[in-house]
Design a protein around this ligand. Structure first.
Ligand code: KIV
Length: 300
């Protein structure tokens, strides 16, 4: 058992999330128009989403990167719709202010458009997502999702669900031809109604040009500082991935070291009978203690 105050019962000094208004898809567009940087981070469970929300991050992506950083797969391909729904629900329960975006997993939108829409509806209806993210220039699907009242975040450049086609995780759009195609794809997604675009693993100059061209917000990851916002993977910025991090990741804390030290200390305390102490134990009322101790000893 562990006690968790529901978000309504938050009592500490008002967290940043309570001091600001709810982030919506139109609000993101407004931030772009006003030149305000959009902050985004992935999160996958109640506790961490709550911290991310309370820290004032604008957009929380329940990324399919959870396949790797939470579930331990080698890439993002194995995670299922049901697993993504399970995590999106947990995030939804924690978040009050951030925009919650759910990543559609590999295979859930690659067949018929109607299947993609049906799966996206599940994220909104069953898990409380406020938008879905899909990888690649799937213009017809974006149109169908928008028709179904589901806001869409596109994702172009290095799209991890295409790892086998790309032959690994490589920076994309490094030639003029590839950069031109990327610009066309980005414009087509925006024209189809995508509300924002994640651009991953592309040269700074290409991302800057696309950001300047599009009216919708462009959120970069490994795409340089000129995008309208930035997103990173929660576990990357906290050193919780057990792998060397990519060039574009900035590590803000070493949470692995904090957890290791705390858990080792706990193990030592239990082994040395230093935990729990008498203060950490429950007691019978003093008036009943002597009698009860005598009774318990005599029965033993
Ligand atoms: O799944 C994910 O974490 C993502 C981000 C890298 C944008 O798609």
């Amino acid at each position: 058992m562990s006690l968790t105050l529901p978000p309504e019962g938050r009592q500490a000094a008002a967290p940043t999330s309570q001091l600001r208004t709810k982030v919506t898809m139109p609000a993101l567009a407004g931030m772009k128009r006003e030149g305000k940087p959009i902050t985004a981070l992935t999160a996958y469970d109640y506790a961490t989403s709550r911290l991310v929300d309370e820290a004032g991050i604008d957009l929380i992506l329940v990324g399919d990167s959870l396949a790797m950083v939470v579930l331990g797969h080698d890439n993002t391909l194995a995670v299922t719709v049901d697993e993504m729904l399970h995590h999106t629900r947990a995030v939804r329960r924690a978040v009050r202010r951030s925009l919650v975006v759910a990543d559609m997993p590999f295979g859930s939108y690659h067949g018929k458009i109607s299947e993609g829409v049906a799966n996206a509806v599940r994220f909104v209806k069953e898990a409380g997502a406020e938008a879905v993210k899909i990888e690649g220039p799937r213009v017809e699907l974006v149109r169908a999702l928008v028709d179904a009242e589901i806001p869409v975040v596109g994702h172009l450049g290095l799209t991890p669900q295409s790892v086998h086609r790309m032959g690994g995780y490589r920076v994309q759009a490094k030639t003029i031809e590839a950069a031109t195609q990327l610009r066309l794809d980005a414009a087509a997604l925006a024209e189809a109604g995508a509300g924002a675009l994640v651009l991953e693993g592309v040269p700074r100059e290409v991302a800057a040009a696309i950001t300047a061209e599009l009216e919708i917000p462009v959120i970069g990851i490994g795409a340089g500082p000129d995008c309208d916002g930035q997103i990173l993977v929660f576990h990357d910025i906290l050193n919780m991935t057990f792998a060397p991090h990519a060039k574009f990741v900035r590590q803000y804390a070493d949470v692995s070291a904090v957890i290791r030290t705390a858990v080792e200390q706990y193990r030592e305390d239990v082994e040395q009978r230093a935990f729990p102490t008498d203060e950490e134990s429950y007691h019978l009322p003093a008036s009943k203690r002597a009698n009860a101790e005598a009774a318990l000893v005599s029965k033993a």
